[in-house]
Design a protein. Structure first.
Length: 483
């Protein structure tokens, strides 16, 4: 048996579009709700003055932006149209009400009260006053600074209300309901403005405390590189002197010194590659305009796909791939085209490819390839696609394939939805955000993403417009990418 709460939950679900896969169903549902509202208002039987009061409230609520002016509208409308005084109590914590406003001039603002016989989740008649709880919108209660008890934002007191007709009492209840939903929106907007102000301040702090200090590592790496070069020169001189002395034991120690110097340089090169990638990712993801505009903002320059995007990420993950026994190939199915150079946001596209390689580390499985080899394999490649985006609009297709069983998907594009994880990959940790990020960045470039399973395994690919230097956006001014 269904309950009123079941009906409410189902209605909220429908309102959020979860039961409406197509436009026709959405429109049909909205028409049904309009007709229900017409029936509701016929049943209310409000007077013309009461209907006009609701209309005036909506008009003035949109006209005045400040919260104090909104409070004044809420308080003065009952006085001007119905001769009723009022007080507005708001919850500033789960158990503390604050008197935020009153229509009479003799009230003491900022007076606090707690839940009591008058300020309660129910409508209360007390000494000629009517106390009506101010409801919030339950669907957005989690956006408030605290979850309001009983889904209530405060309480609206009206007086004198002795001997009210049922229709008049119902009107006041509906009026306070509308106050609640409008108030909730204003609280959320104020919270969002504070949030944006904090983000802008944080971005400035990031630039000052993260990006700029990171640039100094470039100086330290250059100094370390010079020291390593000096070490090689000195080692060579020492070895030459030892050979002249003819002491075999000393020569062996000199050779060990040369091997150690070479290992130090190799370790330096690996650390420096990670530093370059991390610096680029920091600068790209923490770009000020992302936060100011509330979306990813591209900074597109001409870059080589192989040397600027693919090879740095392959080298970054090579050790982890090898530790998991994954053989790297390029490609498995024929000769590879020469590298292409086109206009892109190299930092963001590099992170797209890095996400694909990171997934390969986690999800590549043992399989037998068409050529008879058995093991774990990862392959990648690219090719130019003439007219990919229409006549005279070529594209570049980049793909990465990993051996293993196909993903359990009802729709191949499901894997690019935020938070989605296929049931047959739950054994590995993940958030379901990586491929969604890939889709966002590629589509922002005007491209597309896709997934398919072929003879070699699971293939993830993206198609980007092959733009040339002309028309590329200018780089942002500010701190350059370190390295």
């Amino acid at each position: 048996m269904t309950t009123p709460d079941d009906h409410t939950a189902n209605r909220r679900k429908r309102v959020h579009g979860q039961d409406f896969p197509n436009r026709e169903e959405r429109c049909r549902y909205v028409v049904e709700r309009i007709e229900e509202k017409l029936d509701d208002y016929d049943g209310y039987d409000f007077s013309l003055r009461q209907v006009r009061a609701l209309n005036i409230f909506f008009d003035l609520a949109q006209e005045f932006r400040g919260r104090e002016m909104f409070y004044a509208v809420c308080l003065m409308l009952p006085r001007a149209l119905f001769g009723l005084e009022s007080r507005l109590y708001l919850l500033e914590a789960e158990d503390t009400f604050v008197l935020a406003g009153c229509s009479a001039g003799d009230c003491e603002l900022e007076r606090t009260r707690t839940w009591d016989a008058e300020l309660s989740p129910r409508i209360v008649d007390s000494n000629g006053s009517l106390f009506i709880p101010i409801p919030c919108n339950p669907e957005y209660a989690d956006l408030l600074s605290f979850v309001p008890p009983h889904n209530i934002l405060g309480c609206f007191e009206l007086y004198p209300c002795g001997g009210l007709e049922p229709r008049d009492r119902l009107f006041l209840e509906k009026y306070v309901n509308r106050i609640g939903y409008q108030l909730h929106q204003r609280i959320i907007r104020a919270h969002n403005r504070e949030h944006l102000s904090f983000i802008k301040s944080m971005v400035q702090d990031i630039g000052h405390n993260v990006i700029v200090p990171n640039m100094y590592f470039k100086l330290y790496f250059n100094r370390l590189k010079r020291r390593i070069e000096e070490l090689h020169v000195t080692t060579e001189k020492v070895l030459t002197s030892l050979v002249r002395c003819g002491d075999e034991a000393a020569v062996n120690e000199g050779n060990r010194l040369a091997v150690t110097a070479a290992a130090i340089e190799a370790q330096y090169q690996e650390i420096y590659r990670h530093y370059e990638t991390t610096s680029m990712f920091l600068e790209t993801l923490l770009r000020r305009r992302h936060f100011e505009e509330g979306r990813y903002v591209l900074v597109k320059r001409s870059a080589d796909l192989l040397t600027g995007v693919i090879e740095p990420q392959i080298e970054r993950y090579r050790q982890r791939l090898e530790e998991r026994g994954i053989e790297i190939g390029c490609p498995l199915d024929g000769e590879q085209e020469p590298s292409v150079r086109f206009v892109m946001d190299r930092g963001l596209i590099s992170q797209v490819f890095a996400n694909l390689v990171s997934n390969a580390v986690k999800y590549t499985e043992i399989a037998t390839l068409p050529d008879g080899r058995t093991g774990k394999f990862m392959t990648y490649g690219w090719r130019s696609v003439p007219d990919a985006f229409g006549p005279g609009r070529p594209g570049v297709r980049l793909w990465l394939t990993t051996s293993g069983k196909p993903l359990d998907l009802a729709n191949p594009m499901d894997v690019f939805r935020p938070g989605f994880r296929a049931p047959n990959v739950a054994h590995e940790q993940g958030t379901g955000r990586g491929l969604y990020f890939c889709r966002q960045v590629v589509e922002l470039h005007g491209g597309s993403v896709g997934y398919s399973h072929n003879d070699c395994g699971n293939e993830f690919y993206f198609l980007l417009p092959d733009e040339k230097e002309e028309g590329a956006t200018q780089p942002l001014t500010g701190a350059p990418v370190a390295g």
